[in-house]
Design a protein. Structure first.
Length: 393
């Protein structure tokens, strides 16, 4: 039994942030109904090294049921309006104003179902001059200044991997859980406004604090993006070495056999070493190039200096620590057979999240879902004939 067993979620999201939010809810036991356009979620067809639907779609949509509905058709809208009277959570990911144009805005739906949690995930939020602007992870990253702090002082660099999307999805699922807990006390649902911009600035809490009466705004920046702790080359690969803070400096210098660093009185504290990084980094790098990555990892581990070898993400599938922590799971897909996936990463002792079903085929559960909401076989057939639903395959 998961933490959210019995909670019914209608998911009208696409791309990454919304589907990741509803994935977390589904893993926790919620019944997530993924309502897609007749063409399907756009990320089904994203470029991928897998000869099928994209890894991105498959990784974000397990434990969900799929129904495809034409929301531009009045009968399609009626279906959703009826479903919304019986659900606990409604999640949408359109630009502000679009969902209202479909007659599915929060004011209307919360009036018909006051216990509903209504979550909107957008790029820049539901108000302000940019509310209608199109935005995806790289756009919002750029707007929020994140690339300017990457690249170790060189050209701006995006952080790859949809990390703003994933973090916003995490914040959003937490918000839904909070709202459900609040409903237990008050009996009422509420509207939640979540955005990629909110996620991007939340990630920079420790970077964007400004003592406005004490310093100039230009001084508000992260001084540690270009530092001694970094990825270094070795004889046969790369390692990340965390050696510049007080706790690890002397031990690292001992492993590297660089007494001239540890005994330099000008570099006795973290700030002094940071200021001298242009002198220190080349010395460290020259030494690390003499031995293999595995050699250095063993040495630094014994000296309790944090370090790690740069690996490929795919290596995690055969990683002992991943297996021991049960971070890997497997499901059987109707088209693709066994899919090895990342399992829920937070472990509960009493109400565990779990991987139960494979990512759905487009519209796979249409008849099943509509029957649960009271539609007869003849009514479903009529909707197919009107082009509201996909033809049965």
């Amino acid at each position: 039994m998961g933490s959210l067993d019995g909670i019914k979620v209608l998911d009208l999201t696409h791309y990454v942030a919304g589907p990741y939010c509803t994935l977390l809810l589904a893993d926790a036991g919620a019944d997530v109904i993924k309502l897609e356009p007749l063409s399907g979620d756009i990320i089904r067809e994203f470029p991928s090294t897998f000869d099928g639907e994209s890894r991105l779609f498959l990784g974000l949509n397990r434990n969900k049921r799929s129904i495809a509905v034409n929301l531009k058709h009045e009968e399609g809208k009626k279906i959703v309006l009826e479903m919304c009277k019986q659900i606990d959570v409604f999640v949408e990911g359109y630009r502000p104003g679009v969902i209202e144009s479909l007659g599915l805005g929060p004011d209307h739906l919360l009036e018909s179902n006051p216990r509903m949690i209504y979550l909107s995930i957008s790029a820049f939020g539901q108000s302000g001059p940019l509310k209608s602007r199109r935005g995806i992870d790289p756009i919002v990253q750029t707007y929020s200044g994140i690339p300017a702090e990457q690249g170790s002082g060189g050209n701006p660099q995006l952080v790859q991997g949809h990390f703003i999307d994933y973090f916003t999805g995490s914040l959003s699922s937490t918000a839904v859980s909070m709202a459900l807990f609040s409903r237990e006390r008050s009996g009422f649902g509420q509207f939640i406004d979540s955005s990629l911009l909110g996620g991007a600035v939340s990630l920079q809490q420790g970077r964007l604090t400004w003592a406005s009466e004490k310093e100039d705004l230009q001084n508000v920046k992260d001084p540690l993006t270009d530092r001694i702790a970094r990825i270094y080359n070795t004889l046969d690969g790369h390692i990340y070495l965390y050696m510049d803070v007080e706790r690890f400096w002397k031990n690292a210098c001992m492993v590297l056999e660089l007494k001239e660093l540890s005994e330099n009185n000008n570099w006795k504290n973290f700030r002094d070493r940071h200021d001298a990084r242009e002198k220190i980094i080349p010395i460290v790098q020259k030494t690390l190039l003499k031995k293999t990555a595995d050699f250095w990892i063993e040495k630094f581990d014994k000296a309790e200096v944090p370090c790690a070898k740069v690996r490929l993400p795919s290596q995690l599938h055969e990683d002992e620590q991943m297996q021991e922590m049960s971070y890997l799971s497997e499901v059987v897909h109707k088209k693709y057979g066994k899919l090895k996936m990342i399992a829920p990463s937070v472990k509960f002792s009493r109400t565990p999240s779990s991987v139960r079903t494979a990512p759905p085929i487009l519209a796979e559960h249409t008849d099943e879902i509509l029957a649960e909401f009271g539609l007869s076989e003849s009514e479903i057939l009529n909707l197919r004939e009107q082009g509201v639903l996909l033809p049965q395959t």
